[in-house]
Ligand binder design. Structure first.
Ligand code: NAP
Length: 273
């Protein structure tokens, strides 16, 4: 057999990453001859690490925290969704030697909501909590689903206002206190509060009947936001493990031209929580 094509995920820290396992499962299922490793890279070493990786014949990279903005700067050209996100999580070496940057986070989120959970976003009132890199990455794919409205609420209101201004298209921006007396069909938690089992300060009754709560973060235990959604009688209160697998599937497709099926991988990761 020929030597495998090499891929990797770079981040700092990276030891917790589930990506090598996910891509190994995809490769097995689709019979792709490839390897995928995790590589710990500090931001100050990013450019040299990526150059070395591609010089040694690497075909593609995933970049995770805190390297997504650096990957955006590194990419010689970018897809429209990566351009809008100002962050890149997937680098693809092209036949002409150029490196294309994409951001598959938003498309992964939408795929998880629609395909795995049957949640249609068209004409829905969406609330996004947080205005950091993840929110920036998901906005364009969410707008493509034609929701009725998108509201971004953030602790630092200026960051939400800035994002809304950049993306224009009917996005509202506010602080958490301004959510009082409003209702939303889908609430997406894109803050990093869950990482410390914390919750943004949310007023009661903002989730519409049969509403959906989705935490982009994931954990072996239900996150604080997933628990909040259950308390609010959400129709579904879900964490971001499915998004992780779906964004990986999109990257795999960009590299290999083959779309892996994701449900078995999600089931396997869920079984090992
Ligand atoms: P980031 O750029 O650091 O932004 C963090 C955001 O969270 C900011 O808006 C910050 O508000 C807010 N925040 C932090 N702690 C808070 C608290 N205690 N209460 C209220 N707001 C708080 O991080 P990011 O890259 O956007 O990531 C956000 C989350 O998305 C993380 O949990 C990450 O794991 C998750 N994510 C998941 C996937 C997936 O595949 N499932 C992909 C990407 C990201 P301020 O602006 O006021 O500081």
């Amino acid at each position: 057999m020929n030597s495998p094509d090499n891929y990797a995920v770079m981040g700092y820290p990276i030891h917790h990453s589930k990506s090598p396992r996910i891509h190994a499962l995809f490769a097995e299922e689709t019979e792709q001859n490839m390897s995928y490793l995790a590589q710990e890279v500090r931001p100050e070493n990013f450019t040299s690490a990526v150059n070395t990786f591609f010089e040694k014949g690497g075909k593609g990279l995933n970049c995770t925290l805190p390297l997504k903005e650096l990957a955006w700067e590194f990419a010689t050209h970018k897809t429209p969704r990566a351009q809008a996100a100002k962050a890149v999580n997937t680098l693809i070496l092209q036949t002409n030697g150029q490196v294309l940057g994409d951001n598959t986070d938003g498309i992964g989120l939408v795929a998880d909501l629609k395909n795995n959970h049957g949640v249609n976003l068209e004409n829905k009132r969406l609330l996004i909590l947080g205005a950091g890199g993840a929110t920036r990455g998901i906005l364009l794919p969410l707008l493509d689903e034609k929701p009725k409205s998108i509201t971004i609420a953030n602790r630092t209101v200026e960051k939400a206002l800035q994002l809304a201004k950049e993306f224009q298209q009917h996005i509202h921006a506010c602080g958490f206190d301004a959510l009082e007396n409003h209702q939303f069909d889908v609430i997406l938690n894109a803050t990093s509060a869950s990482l410390s089992d914390d919750l943004p300060p949310l007023p009661e009754n903002i989730l519409a009947e049969n509403g959906i709560c989705y935490d982009l973060a994931y954990s072996n235990q239900p996150t604080a936001f997933v628990r909040w959604g259950i308390e609010q009688n959400a129709h579904k209160s879900i964490d971001g493990l499915g998004m992780l697998v779906e964004q990986a599937a999109e990257a795999f497709f960009l590299w290999r031209g083959v779309r892996p099926s994701t449900q078995d991988v999600i089931d396997l990761l869920n079984a090992h929580r």
